[in-house]
Design a protein. Structure first.
Ligand SMILES: Cc1cc2nc3c(=O)[nH]c(=O)nc-3n(C[C@H](O)[C@H](O)[C@H](O)COP(=O)(O)OP(=O)(O)OC[C@H]3O[C@@H](n4cnc5c(N)ncnc54)[C@H](O)[C@@H]3O)c2cc1C
Length: 433
């Protein structure tokens, strides 16, 4: 059955969310606009505004909805979560207000899946309550896309693991209470069994943040950077700091990305929709050559191309969420990779047109378009580069095909025509063909 309807009771929740995000979360975006601000748990002013908003979200039963019911979530399923994330994507602060900010969501997922009871009590609980933030420390300065290049290692010394090496782009490390660090524990094992995950409290001696690297939307001179370049100098943690078993680092890392990528993709839809709304308003407000921008065909092209691209992408993401909800585990893998590829391209294209339609104003920091536009390259890299995901899409698609049985393709017309002639030989002969 194909059905694009939303249940009326759930639509009411979405309507509440849309109004709440616009009226209550977007003011936080304006007051605390730096990318790191939602993660800065020490900022008393932003936290004072945040706390009562979170209570309202909890009263609505919408707090940390990505979690399964066993962890206090609603068990909504991915399709509903996708629709919710579309709304959250309109505001930088909304995921923090609703308890669904990355990378804490992914870190919470792997703690829930692989954590011992003691690890859950110490790290998962305060994370779920939104009292702390965490970091996922995997990428290294010499290699990101291919984890087989990682060299940061942990060696066993008595009843401790000793971590030695560097990590790069450990987001929000400066604000985190603990880091989940991917380390080589058995360099001689098969490539995908060499690594393990360790949970490292931020106060552990030997953690050195070399610098907080600033992205395009952050000012290095104002120390706004949020991407931690970290050196782990003989950092010691007890043996029970391991998340999962030794050698399970890849498995644990994979577990945190599935649903999260779909949510992320829908947040991009929400952001692009807001840029699209701005584009349409501008086209109807501004005049040139004696007529409105909206009456010029180039501008109509911008609007039509953006609407089509956005709608195609939205449907792809919703279908992916539906597959996760309705088909066996793993069935959505190729679709998730498609969403990951498309999200960076769609945001790039829609934002480029929106900036262009706003003329000089579009290039300033006086609208949200500039920072969103500068976000596009990050989207094409975070969680793995576009090229790697494209290769995964191609491999997934090719799995459903076989090579041609002979010299020519199965669609080769002379070969097929000969087969058709042989099939109807008697009839064709009867009619003199
Ligand atoms: C905003 C942001 C936040 C991030 N947060 C985190 C975080 O919290 N924790 C963390 O551990 N990491 C994080 N990362 C790092 C991210 O995972 C890496 O940037 C990503 O995996 C790519 O690694 P790299 O940057 O080293 O690029 P490289 O591996 O050097 O790749 C560079 C380019 O080479 C090409 N390339 C690479 N591999 C292939 C291939 N197989 N086929 C074809 N071309 C290829 C692609 O064009 C790619 O963009 C974050 C990145 C960004 C941008």
């Amino acid at each position: 059955m194909w059905d694009f309807c939303t249940e009326p009771e759930f639509q009411e929740k979405l309507d509440w969310m849309a109004a709440f995000v616009r009226d209550e979360c977007e003011p936080l975006d304006l007051l605390f606009p730096r990318p790191g601000d939602p993660y800065d748990v020490q900022n008393k002013a932003s936290r004072a505004i945040l706390a009562p908003l979170r209570e309202k979200v909890k009263e609505q039963g919408l707090w940390a909805c990505h979690l399964g019911p066993e962890l206090g979530g609603q068990g909504f399923g991915q399709l509903k979560l996708a629709l919710m994330n579309e709304i959250l994507g309109r505001s930088q602060w909304a995921p923090t207000v609703f308890g669904t900010a990355a990378p804490d969501t992914g870190n919470a997922e792997i703690l829930a899946l692989y954590g011992t009871e003691a690890q859950k009590a110490r790290y998962l609980q305060p994370l779920l309550e939104g009292n702390i933030v965490s970091t996922f420390s995997m990428t290294e300065p010499q290699g990101g896309s291919d984890p087989k290049e990682f060299v940061c290692k942990a060696t066993r010394d008595g009843d401790e693991w000793v971590i030695d090496g560097e990590k790069w782009f450990s987001s929000h490390a400066r604000y985190a209470s603990f880091f989940i660090v991917m380390v080589v524990t058995d360099p001689d094992a098969k490539p995908y069994e060499r690594m393990s995950m360790l949970i490292v409290p931020a106060e552990t001696p030997g953690i050195e943040i070399i610098r907080n690297v600033a992205t395009m939307n952050e000012r290095d001179d104002l120390d706004e950077g949020t991407e931690g370049y970290i050196r782990y100098n003989q950092v010691r943690v007890p043996l029970d700091a391991m998340l999962g078993a030794p050698g399970e680092g890849f498995k644990v890392a994979q577990a945190r990305l599935g649903g999260g990528r779909v949510h992320h993709a829908m947040r991009v839809v929400g952001k692009c929709q807001r840029a699209f709304d701005m584009m349409c308003e501008r086209a109807l407000s501004r005049r040139t050559q004696g007529k409105l921008l909206s009456e010029h065909q180039f501008v109509q092209g911008f609007i039509a191309d953006s609407a089509i691209q956005l709608q195609q992408f939205r449907l792809l993401v919703l279908q992916t969420a539906w597959i996760i909800d309705n088909q066996p585990h793993g069935a959505a893998r190729t679709h998730i990779a498609m969403c990951k590829v498309a999200l960076a391209a769609v945001l790039h294209d829609v934002l480029q047109r929106a900036v262009q339609l706003h003329g000089s104003l579009g290039t300033t920091q006086e609208t949200p378009l500039g920072p969103w536009w500068a976000y596009a390259p990050q989207l094409a890299l975070a969680d793995g580069p576009t090229e790697v995901h494209k290769a995964a899409v191609a491999k997934g698609m090719l799995r459903g095909y076989d090579p041609a049985p002979g010299l020519f393709p199965t669609e080769h017309i002379p070969t097929r025509r000969a087969a058709a002639r042989a099939r109807y030989a008697a009839l064709l002969e009867e009619h003199g063909l």
